[in-house]
Structures are given as structure tokens and as C-alpha cells.
Design a binder for this molecule. Structure first.
Ligand code: FAD
Length: 107
């Protein structure tokens, strides 16, 4: 079986990096394809109990928000925080998602 922690770190890097490169003004097609990606991802993520919980979280009023980069980035941050809470980790300040994943920390 996969190492769920290593898989998780790598996957969050991919997912947050995708939001960081998402357009500020996505076309309708880009928005639909992104929702489709997230839906398929949530079925194929190879930690099955993780995938099940992620799908339940989305169904419980957290459908992907893909209208622009900031919305998608914040939504992904909230998704990651839901897992942080479940695992007893610290929540991340979602106002800082872009600094962490796109522009680099201001010092
Ligand atoms: P990670 O949580 O992997 O975070 C990596 C880096 O992202 C952090 O160092 C921090 O800089 C940054 N970061 C942290 N929080 C946020 C945030 N909210 N927004 C933006 N950036 C942030 N593991 C389980 O044991 N059980 C599960 O059910 C489970 N479900 C998962 C579901 C999904 C969809 C994914 C992708 C992963 C899941 N994982 C699960 C893995 C888990 O989330 C962690 O990746 C793993 O425990 C390693 O944690 P970490 O402390 O190294 O940092």
C-alpha cells in the first residue's frame, strides 16, 4: 500500500500548485474541466478512505469553487484544512495560500 503521508504531501503540492497557476479569469470550459478533474481525482486518489472522506466533505456543502484563481486557491486551502482538523494538525491561514504556493513568503 502507498505511504499515505508521502502521497499526501506530494499530492497537496500538486493540487495547490494547480490552483496557483489557475487563470484569474478562467473560461467556462476551464471551469467545467477543473470541476471534472476534482470529481475524478476524488474517485481515483489511491488512499481510499481519504478519497471517501474528501468526497463526503465536498457533498456536505463544499462543492469546488472554480470561478477564479483566488476562489479556487481558497477552496483548496479549506479542503486541506478539513483534513488537517481531522488529523489533529494546525489549521493553515487561508489568506496566505498564495504567499505559500505562488508568490513566496513576504519577509
Ligand atoms: P501536509 O498536510 O501534506 O501539508 C504540506 C504543506 O502544505 C505544509 O507543510 C504547509 O506548508 C502547507 N499547508 C498545510 N495546510 C495547508 C492548507 N490548508 N492550505 C495550503 N497549504 C497548506 N492523511 C490521513 O492520514 N488521513 C486522511 O484521511 C487523509 N486524507 C487526505 C485527503 C487528501 C485529498 C489529500 C491530498 C491528503 C490526505 N491525507 C490524509 C494526507 C495528509 O493531508 C497529509 O498530506 C499527510 O499527513 C502529511 O502531512 P504533513 O504534515 O507532512 O503536511
Amino acid at each position: 500500500p502507498p505511504d499515505v503521508e508521502e502521497l499526501g504531501r506530494s499530492t497537496w503540492t500538486l493540487l495547490h500548485t494547480m490552483t496557483a497557476q489557475y487563470p484569474e479569469r478562467p473560461s467556462l470550459t476551464q471551469q467545467l474541466e477543473t470541476k471534472s478533474f476534482i470529481g475524478l481525482f476524488s474517485k481515483m486518489y489511491p488512499c481510499w478512505h481519504c478519497a471517501d472522506d474528501f468526497r463526503s466533505w465536498m457533498k456536505g456543502g463544499n462543492e469546488p469553487r472554480v470561478s477564479n484563481r483566488d476562489e479556487f486557491g481558497k477552496w483548496m486551502c479549506e479542503a486541506h484544512n478539513a483534513v488537517n482538523v481531522k488529523l489533529g494538525k494546525k489549521e493553515f491561514d487561508c489568506n496566505k495560500w498564495e504567499e505559500r504556493w505562488r508568490t513566496g513568503w513576504k519577509d
